[in-house]
Design a protein around this ligand. Structure first.
Ligand code: CA2
Length: 146
């Protein structure tokens, strides 16, 4: 198995840093990608960082990761609250999947409190802004290197 992890991002995360900086911070997704690449490089791991606005594409990428990567860090965006398809995809994977959110979903609107995918994930990080990515990635790499 190649030493590679996927970092997958769901809907609207391409708008990061451009709107609602009070909720999601001022970093762009590209800034976050740069930080993730430097973390993975330092830990001798390759990294495939992607974003899509489409639920089925996220599912395709999870299935792809399961074939060729050691683990996934996933910010599912709003699909995390709604998608049984994502839950089923993660359930069927043999590699660790760390769910992450920039915001603390439990401190926001009630409809964000429930994550459909947490029960299938290896673990969950939320509420640390852009740092959620680094925290999730280190947790994932610790599992991969065990
Ligand atoms: O906190 C997170 O990371 C979320 O996954 C972000 C999702 C939201 O639906 C989840 O409840 C929590 C939304 C991402 C949308 O990002 C935007 C960025 C800038 C402007 C508008 C939306």
């Amino acid at each position: 198995m190649a030493r590679k992890v996927f970092i997958l991002n769901g809907p609207n995360l391409n708008a990061l840093g451009k709107r609602e900086p009070d909720v999601y911070g001022s970093k762009t997704l590209h800034d976050i990608e740069t930080e993730c690449l430097s973390i993975t490089q330092a830990r001798n791991m390759a990294c495939d960082f992607r974003q899509t606005n489409h639920e089925g594409v996220l599912i395709d990428w999870l299935q792809e990761a399961n074939e060729c990567a050691m683990g996934v860090a996933l910010n599912p965006g709003a699909y995390g609250h709604t998608s049984i398809g994502l839950y089923d995809a993660i359930r069927s994977m043999q590699i660790p999947v760390v769910e992450l959110h920039l915001s603390n979903i439990h401190a926001r609107e009630e409809f964000r409190h429930k994550s459909m995918i947490s029960a299938a994930a290896t673990g969950v990080i939320c509420g640390f802004g852009a740092n959620s990515y680094g925290l999730a990635l280190h947790a994932l790499l610790d599992i991969c290197d065990k």
